[in-house]
Design a protein. Structure first.
Length: 461
């Protein structure tokens, strides 16, 4: 006789609302705790958590009115802007898959992704409408039924023969909280890998995987939920897993403020430091160099920064010392991950910055990292093999790609395709990380399992 809950007398949605992990509930809870606190800063626009929640509910209702159902796909061609996040949370609230498109790819590349994922709605900022129109004309499958255009001057009647509506109309309704059945393992997002050696693959990640990664990052990045909330300028693109899942969502999960930038501008960041009590920065090495050069010997507000994070490649000792001089209270740490395993997967401890700064650091709290031989057996330290992962932040799988999924999940571990060799408690690695676009070489780091890197062969961001 087994012990099980008897829920036959309770409606499925009722139980779901009580128990579920749904990314759409993130702004709902934050709005209850911090209704008037700034959640998103986008130029002159400042959305409080109450406003973020209200607009996200309006977006959810607007998408339902367009006929979208749980499991349908919404494509987004948008830079870093508040409309991006409202659309993301609106999709999450109704179990619709959000598919941010890399704005750096060609119209042909966009068309491939549309043919593969078959979105029913495309949300685009006016500045990228021409790219979308060319891509839609190049698709072989006519799946898009409506185009929503944000920040448009003269509204379009149609785009590539598809009806158009302004974003303002999509979120025009004032509605109560939208409550639709969303399961923990429903797909929340579809992010395409870079596809440097083959066609890009659709990485499908669930609500619970993204949430577990966000919670892990809250701990690793030391975000505080309370009066000492985080303030985090976001300069990396939201269409990438790093900015969206690793940087933005953990801040919003803890009631902090994200400051959106459309591109990297060191002077704009210096303004943020002086005006907004910035607590966290995450930049690529070349960006850190430009910011430090622009700051000179110091920058007003830099004393508030407690974490200075970098990715893609290690930096010289001289550059690290220059960063510490400008940001005297910040831990300067390096991390990495893969889109398929919702990053970060490995991150330096603060203590590593002083004598292990050539390494990636250790596995984050939700990730198990091992070495596997070709026969599927885990290898002892001292033997070279493939780096494999386990953890709740793993993707659900690649979309429409059974062969890739079979290879990725065989033997009960996620296969990175990277080769490494741990020695004692050290890890020597030859590693290509898709998420941060890095490759690595052999370095020993006594005492803990560390990941070592060298200059990037491809930015990957």
């Amino acid at each position: 006789m087994s012990l099980r809950p008897e829920l036959g007398g309770v409606a499925l949605l009722t139980v779901n609302l009580v128990q579920r992990v749904c990314l759409g509930d993130l702004p709902t809870r934050a709005a209850q705790q911090f209704p008037h606190r700034p959640a998103v800063v986008d130029g002159d626009v400042v959305l409080t958590y109450s406003e973020l929640e209200a607009r996200s509910n309006a977006a959810a209702a607007g998408l339902l009115d367009l006929g979208l159902q749980r499991g349908d796909v919404v494509a987004m061609l948008m830079p870093n802007c508040w409309e991006f996040l409202v659309t993301f949370f609106g999709c999450a609230k109704i179990g619709v898959v959000c598919m941010p498109v890399n704005l750096g790819i060609t119209a042909e590349g966009v068309a491939f992704q549309f043919d593969d994922a078959r979105p029913k709605v495309a949300v685009v900022e006016e500045s990228f409408a021409a790219l979308l129109e060319t891509a839609l004309a190049a698709t072989t499958v006519s799946s898009v039924e409506r185009v929503v255009v944000a920040r448009t001057g003269a509204p379009h009647a149609e785009l590539a023969g598809i009806p158009v509506m302004p974003f303002a109309e999509l979120i025009s309704a004032t509605v109560p909280a939208v409550e639709v059945l969303v399961e923990d393992r429903d797909i929340a997002q579809c992010l395409y890998t870079s596809g440097t050696t083959s066609r890009p693959k659709a990485v499908l990640t669930s609500h619970v995987a993204v949430m577990m990664a966000a919670l892990s990052t809250c701990v690793q990045f030391r975000h505080e939920r309370g009066d000492s909330c985080s303030v985090f300028p976001i300069v990396l693109p939201l269409f990438h897993v790093t900015a969206l899942n690793c940087l933005t969502l953990p801040v919003l999960l803890t009631g902090g403020t994200v400051v959106l930038h459309r591109s990297f501008d060191p002077n704009a960041l210096l303004h943020d430091l002086a005006a907004r009590q910035v607590t966290h920065l995450m930049l690529l090495p070349v960006m850190w160099g430009q910011l430090v050069d622009a700051a000179g010997k110091g920058a007003p507000g830099s004393e508030n920064v407690r974490m200075a994070i970098y990715a893609m490649a290690p930096m010289s000792q001289q550059r690290l010392d220059e960063i510490r001089e400008v940001f005297p209270n910040a831990d300067v740490v390096l991390g990495s991950g893969q889109t398929e395993f919702t990053p970060p997967s490995v991150l330096q401890w603060p203590s590593h910055q002083w004598d292990k700064n050539a390494s990636w650091g250790t596995a984050v709290i939700t990730t198990d990292v091992r070495i596997m031989g070709p026969n599927g057996k885990l290898l002892p330290r001292g033997q070279e093999g493939e780096i494999v992962y386990r953890g709740p932040q793993a993707m659900q799988g690649y979309g429409n790609n059974e062969a890739a999924n079979t290879a990725a999940f065989t033997h009960g571990w996620f296969h990175s395709g990277d080769v490494g060799c741990p020695v004692s408690l050290n890890l020597r690695q030859s590693h290509q990380s898709e998420a941060f676009g890095v490759s690595s070489h052999e370095v020993e780091a006594p005492g803990v399992l560390l990941w070592a890197v060298r200059a990037a062969s491809s930015p990957g961001l």
